[in-house]
Ligand binder design. Structure first.
Ligand SMILES: [Zn+2]
Length: 239
């Protein structure tokens, strides 16, 4: 379980319709478009499929199980959207156009290539997991303050743990995750070889831990990232 939260270059950027405006449009393809704080947001159908699988859709047979699954999907959606808003609002604060896409395995905030310097890029990346951890803290405080209500408790517990796990997994120093982007911002393009080796070693070690803890999905994802980094090293004769 991991998010692909990254900023892509050469993105197509649409004009934002205005601050805090939220209009909802579902196209026949199942793709949902809306705008929040002037940031265009697109949600692809496979985002919901990923959320349902992570929420244990295959085991939800009772009405209680279905309720738990529904609350997990809503909590996951809010948590990941807040994570991407952390990136996008920081990009917007530099007067750079941005948009958010939620897709299979997570989401990303995009902006035109070469529009941010290394420090700005570092702060944009850190803001995603940072804001998501603040959300976890808010959920934790509400859990202790609100009167006990089973549905609300289930929702807040899901919101808290999805936010913590998603943010921490994203902070692994593995490209293209946020942690890998942070290392890349600190070391810079000249030391990309070191960043790629950090990616490979971390992905392999955490991937092996994934096998022992039966998190096979995590192992497959990290294996893919290790392979991509290895290919990048090979193609550039950087070994
Ligand atoms: Zn992110």
């Amino acid at each position: 379980m991991a998010a692909r939260s990254r900023s892509r270059g050469n993105a197509t950027v649409r004009k934002s319709p205005g601050l805090a405006q939220c209009s909802l449009l579902a196209y026949p393809s199942g793709v949902i478009h809306f705008s929040l704080f002037g940031i265009p947001i697109q949600i692809q159908p496979f985002f919901w499929v990923t959320m349902a699988l992570l929420g244990g859709a295959t085991n939800a047979s009772t009405s209680q199980g279905l309720l738990k699954l529904g609350l997990f999907i809503i909590a996951g959606f809010i948590s990941i959207l807040v994570h991407e808003l952390g990136h996008a609002l920081t990009i917007k604060s530099y007067r750079v156009p941005t948009s958010i896409t939620l897709q299979a395995f997570g989401g990303y905030a995009s902006y035109p290539a070469r529009s941010l310097n290394r420090l700005q890029s570092f702060l944009v990346t850190a803001a995603g997991p940072g804001l998501q951890l603040v959300l976890a803290l808010v959920a934790h405080v509400l859990l202790n303050r609100l009167p006990p209500n089973e549905g609300m408790m289930m929702f807040l517990v899901a919101l808290k743990w999805v936010s913590i796990i998603w943010a921490l997994l994203n902070l692994l120093p593995v490209l293209p995750l946020d942690g890998g982007q942070l290392v890349n911002s600190v070391l810079g393009p000249r030391r990309i070889k070191i960043t790629l080796w950090i990616t490979i070693v971390t992905a392999v070690v955490v991937g092996i831990l994934g096998i022992f803890t039966r998190q096979i999905f995590l192992t497959i994802l990290l294996g893919m990232f290790a392979y991509q980094a290895f290919q990048a090293l090979k193609e550039n004769n950087w070994r």
